[in-house]
Design a protein. Structure first.
Length: 318
């Protein structure tokens, strides 16, 4: 090969290398060394094979997470990128991926794009807040409605049960809802989800007082709030017929008082049983009266018979 021709081809190759470096200096592309593996082929190597374009991967709102895939890619190559499906942002707050915008559109959290130039893709997110449902006392009922809700959406709880039995002598009675510690009306309730919220169904505990008595119209049996004082009673004495009466003697069970009207603190389920005794005093009085009447009648009859016997004798002896 003539020396002049060789010099020309070498100069052409150096000019291509200089041009590639100049294009990369604008910040959007860079060029790899346009130099063939084999020195004798350098004048056939296209300089544009070394151009690279930058892929920018943004997030909306900005700064909430770290997507992957941003960087330099060779022209014509496929660039893959990915964004998290959900991003936690503190207690009860999360961001949920919705779609891509910019130079790529799609609803999958991952995608790919052909790098025909500098590209920008943006992962768009919506904010969600968590609604926590609880009961007081804890875990006495499962109320539906807890979960994640889009910011600004209205969450609706299920209705809290009006009463929750615990066995046969204890129950929890619904008194109302607290939303973040403040009393709200209604059952169920609706909550605007502009921040994380906690809704608590409040219950009071009640215990059953059972009053057992065979006589005396027992009073006071029923449900009472925990810690309250219950009053119970019977009427005494009670007539039993034929001169017999029943007289209250004492209470047994959860009370041992001897008064027919008594009180008890309802800090648990209670049972009181009235004990009676039979009073025969009236019967004895009746029997005594009958005996006395019979005696007097006997005396009267005897006297009458004697008087009648005496009259004939007087007639015989004038």
């Amino acid at each position: 090969m003539p020396l002049e021709k060789c010099k020309w081809r070498l100069l052409s190759s150096l000019m291509c290398l200089f041009l590639a470096v100049s294009l990369s200096s604008n910040g959007s592309i860079t060029v790899a060394l346009a130099q063939p593996w084999y020195p004798w082929h350098y004048w056939y190597w296209p300089w544009w094979w070394g151009i690279r374009y930058y892929l920018t991967v943004d997030m909306n709102p900005p700064g909430i997470g770290d997507p992957t895939g941003a960087g330099w890619y060779y022209a014509g190559s496929s660039a893959s990128f990915n964004a998290p499906l959900t991003i936690s942002s503190g207690a009860g707050i999360q961001y949920v991926f919705t779609y891509w915008s910019g130079d790529y559109s799609g609803t999958s959290s991952s995608g790919a794009i052909t790098m025909t130039g500098p590209k920008t893709v943006t992962a768009n997110y919506k904010i969600q807040y968590y609604l926590t449902l609880a009961t007081n006392p804890q875990s006495i009922a499962a109320i539906t409605g807890e979960g994640w809700y889009d910011g600004g959406a209205t969450a609706a709880t299920a209705a809290a049960p009006s009463s929750i039995p615990v066995g046969t002598a204890k129950q929890h009675v619904f008194t109302g809802w607290l939303l973040d510690g403040s009393r709200v009306t209604g059952n169920p309730i609706s909550v605007v989800m502009n921040t994380p919220h906690t809704a608590t169904a409040e219950y009071k505990t009640q215990y059953y007082l059972k009053v057992v008595s065979r006589h005396g119209d027992p009073q006071g049996e029923g449900w009472y709030d925990s810690g309250s004082t219950a009053t119970f009673s019977v009427t005494s004495p009670i007539q039993g017929g034929m001169g017999i009466q029943y007289v209250f003697e004492r209470w047994e069970g959860d009370s041992s008082t001897t008064e027919p009207t008594a009180t008890i603190v309802m800090d648990s389920a209670r049972v009181v049983n009235a004990v009676w005794k039979v009073d025969y005093t009236q019967l004895y009085i009746i029997i005594a009266i009958l005996v006395a009447v019979a005696f007097l009648m006997g005396v009267a009859v005897t006297l009458a018979l004697r008087k009648m016997k005496k009259k004939p004798e007087e007639a015989e002896h004038p």
